[in-house]
Design a binder for this molecule. Structure first.
Ligand SMILES: [Zn+2]
Length: 272
């Protein structure tokens, strides 16, 4: 039976293969196209760039997404390789990164998941004023990612762990961090919640020793530090730009100081 089928297919194949594919030749002589070098038959218009209209929700931030607490989620990932600290050969330490932001929350601040809202207000103000994108390199760091990303002593009590600190730079103003710093001062002068309140409007420079060469500034609510090209480099700040770090000192809503505690850092967030 199979042989018969094969034979039939073979015959069909031969018939198709033998079909005369030759088309009758067209006896039409095609005229050759000829033109001189300077001849232009069709003038074309130079293209103009049409900018896309912004959606109403984009207008405030000139097309950039408004910065929300989501931008602050921990940047840890279990896919990051282990880091070995060999600075003390008698005590070599191996650090593993955290399980990632899908498996743990942001800090719980006043019983709500998030970060201190003044950080959002300042970063959105900068984005609105400059019409340039604010790049958050480090928002919340859970304790595991914190020790993975920065093994320095000063990082052991970092406010990144309690949602009260942010590291960032501005795209397009990467090399002008002082301009961004001025905008932070302007925010306190322009925002009606702070206007003409001396302790918020007036920034003073911190005179004690720090880990940066530029003396940081502070008012009642925030502490602002400028990290130069070779300062403050950690796992989250591996870019080549200077960056600004803002820490929250005071919570206006509860009228309390914001300070790091082990309890807040290690127990102040949810793990799924
Ligand atoms: Zn984490």
């Amino acid at each position: 039976m199979n042989c018969q089928r094969l034979f039939i297919f073979f015959i069909i194949f031969l018939l198709i293969g033998c079909k005369d594919n030759k088309k009758p030749s067209l006896l039409v002589e095609i005229e050759k196209v000829s033109r001189l070098e300077g001849d232009i038959y069709y003038k074309h218009q130079a293209p103009t760039k049409n900018l896309m209209q912004l959606y109403p929700y984009e207008e405030e931030t000139a097309g950039f997404f408004k910065i929300t607490k989501e931008f602050f989620r921990c940047k840890g990932s279990p896919l990051n390789p282990e880091r070995v600290d060999t600075s003390n050969l008698d005590n070599v330490k191996v650090y593993l990164d955290c399980v990632g932001p899908a498996k743990h929350s942001l800090p719980l601040i006043n019983e709500k998941e998030g970060i201190y809202p003044v950080l959002l207000d300042i970063l959105n103000y900068i984005q609105r004023k400059t019409k340039k994108r604010v790049v958050i390199t480090c928002g919340h760091r859970c304790p595991k990612h914190n020790s993975y990303a920065d093994t320095s002593n000063i990082a052991k009590t970092s406010k990144h762990m309690i949602g009260a600190e942010v590291d960032f730079y501005v795209q397009g103003l990467e090399n002008s961090p002082l301009k961004v710093m001025d905008l932070i001062f302007d925010f306190y002068k322009e925002d009606s919640r702070y206007r003409e309140i001396e302790e918020y409007e007036r920034f003073i420079q911190y005179q004690k020793d720090t880990d940066v060469s530029t003396p940081p500034w502070h008012n009642k609510e925030i502490f602002v530090k400028l990290n130069q090209y070779d300062e403050g480099r950690d796992f989250n700040n591996r870019h080549p730009y200077p960056y600004i770090c803002i820490q929250v000192l005071y919570d206006r809503s509860t009228k309390q100081k914001v300070s790091y505690t082990w309890e807040k850092a290690h127990r102040g967030y949810l793990q799924h």
